[in-house]
Design a binder for this molecule. Structure first.
Ligand code: SF4
Length: 362
């Protein structure tokens, strides 16, 4: 089914590789079943024998109406219990793709109603989507045009806390600044952070009828300052003042980040910590930051030379997927979350590079 939607180029080119996928999506996470499909699974006599011992009831009273159940995972493999040994879904094999629940039909798409438009992005947990983001410089080129989407997809509507149009305008401004590729990504992030700091008071204090005009003025000012190179000096001064404590916080966070049920992530995390000689008992200090800095220059920088827009694309994809700043009452909090995620990824990649003595190319 085709729908007119706002979607980046990599969404339009996406095609699931199915059983050939290197990291098939039916594992590790618990798939939530929507109410209509759940009713069908519980009442259709043809389907009951296949699914009855493979779905679990949701006992959470707050989510039960929307998500009455989940597919059980096979505890031995941590994979969906409906997956056969060749990686195929038994529901699809026996009853066709229409037997899937909304979550499975929609993944890896995130479909969100944004004002009058539909915005579609993909989750970077899908290897095909991640590869496009890493290798295709124009993966995030946004277009409004027909996109193929599955029938009966899971689409969420977005509630902006206030001033939807102004927030949409800010989103477009951030995309413009983040894709100003004459500057380093770090510099673009620094500028966006300053912009958000400047704009939060406008959202807090400006009368609604003046907000869009003031926002346009501020965005216009930032575009001119960027073109004049004004922020370069500010960034240099800030770099001199930096004492590295943020780096230590990030390393500490990474060490605590163990996700018990995500074996693949845990493996990469252990590899990263080993690359920096960090154990649970290590006292983190400046020597670890120096090691990290060396690893970044040696491995991540090389990776970025091969795929110059990979980190930018991942970040812009998070921004669109989380609908920042449309959904955030406090803009600074939302931005800080995105930055923390970005810094963790950068640190993880550099440290894995240190352990492997290389960062793989795609
Ligand atoms: S992870 Fe992506 S490519 Fe792999 S099976 Fe799932 S949707 Fe298809």
């Amino acid at each position: 089914m085709q729908r007119d939607a706002l979607a980046p180029r990599y969404v339009r080119n996406f095609s699931c590789t199915g059983s050939k996928c290197p990291d098939n999506c039916c594992h590790t996470w618990q798939v939530a079943i929507d109410a209509e499909t759940y009713r069908g699974y519980r009442t259709n006599p043809a389907v009951i024998p296949l699914v009855e011992d493979k779905i679990a009831e949701n006992h959470d009273l707050t989510t039960k109406d929307i998500t009455p159940g989940f597919f059980k995972m096979d505890p031995k493999t941590n994979r969906c219990s409906l997956q056969d040994t060749s990686g195929l879904c038994q529901l699809v094999k026996n009853f066709g793709p229409n037997a899937l629940c909304q979550t499975c039909t929609t993944y890896p798409r995130s479909i969100q109603q944004l004002g009058d438009d539909l915005l579609i992005t993909l989750s970077d947990s899908c290897p095909v989507a991640a590869k496009s983001l890493i290798t295709q410089p124009d993966a995030l080129e946004l277009d409004f045009a027909p996109v193929a989407i599955p029938p009966n997809p899971l689409a969420t509507s977005v509630d902006a806390p206030n001033a939807f149009n102004a927030r949409y305008q800010l989103l477009q401004g951030l995309l413009t600044l983040l894709r100003h590729r004459e500057q380093s990504l770090e510099m673009r992030l620094f500028i966006c952070g300053l912009l958000i700091q400047k704009i939060q008071p406008l959202f807090d204090k400006s009368p609604t009828d003046q907000l869009e005009e003031k926002l346009e003025e501020t965005l216009g000012l930032f575009y001119s300052l960027v073109n004049e190179g004004y922020f370069e000096e500010q960034a240099k001064a800030l770099n001199k003042k930096s004492d590295g404590s943020l780096g230590l916080v990030i390393l500490g966070t990474l060490r605590r980040e163990k996700k018990q049920n995500n074996a693949a992530f845990n493996e990469e995390l252990s590899r990263a910590l080993k690359g920096l000689n960090i154990t649970d008992k290590t006292q983190l200090d400046i020597s670890h930051l120096n090691q990290l800095d060396k690893a970044r220059k040696k491995y991540l920088t090389n990776f970025e030379k091969k795929h110059p827009h990979s980190l930018e694309n991942l970040l812009v994809n998070w921004l669109l997927g989380s609908l920042f700043p449309i959904k955030n009452t406090n803009l600074m909090d939302g931005w800080t979350n995105l930055m923390a995620r970005y810094l963790l990824l950068r640190t993880l990649l550099s440290a894995i590079g240190a352990e492997q003595k290389k960062l793989g190319s795609l």
